[in-house]
Write a protein that binds this ligand. Structure first.
Ligand code: FES
Ligand code: FES
Length: 155
């Protein structure tokens, strides 16, 4: 028996043998969506962030079965969301990215943040992004890009 997940608006069929596998591994190794990154595997770094509905989840922390019937958005689908597109454009405008490894998770977290609070102040940005670590220290540019997107962005 197989089961279905809805990822980036499309139904994908997954072998039932992978039903207890954490969603992160199903996304990367079964479905082939490698934009979502593995960092700590322990819910500490945010690299594996995905949206379920509008909320951010650490995909390393929940089995795929928890997402049956729940729409999942990964970084590969973020541009189809007007807010996700605005954030990605702001990320380019603010030249946020350094090595890039953490950035899919950062963009997912920023999308969840602005969905919940369209005009966050510095403290709200810090709180909303606090689950996502960046070893390159891009935090000031992330804050700038979030503000740019919140203000409507250039795009
Ligand atoms: S890999 Fe999931 S929180 Fe770090
Ligand atoms: S840009 Fe390198 S880890 Fe964040």
């Amino acid at each position: 028996m197989s089961y279905s997940l809805t990822v980036n608006g499309k139904q994908v069929t997954v072998d039932a043998g992978a039903i207890d596998m954490p969603l992160l591994w199903v996304l990367r190794d079964v479905i082939g969506l490698t934009g979502t990154k593995f960092g700590c595997g322990a819910g500490l770094c945010g690299a594996c962030s995905v949206l379920m509905g509008g909320e951010r989840f650490f995909s390393c922390q929940a089995p795929a079965r928890a997402f049956i019937g729940q729409p999942v958005t990964t970084i590969e689908g973020l541009r189809d969301d007007p807010l996700g597109k605005r954030l990605q454009d702001a990320w380019v405008e603010a030249d946020v990215v350094q090595c890039g490894y953490c950035q899919p998770g950062q963009l997912i977290a920023a999308t969840a943040l602005l969905k919940a609070n369209p005009a966050p102040d510095d403290a709200a940005i810090e709180a909303g992004m606090s689950g996502n670590l960046c070893r390159c220290g891009t935090y000031p540019r992330i804050r700038k890009a979030v503000k740019l997107a919140a203000a409507g962005g250039k795009a």
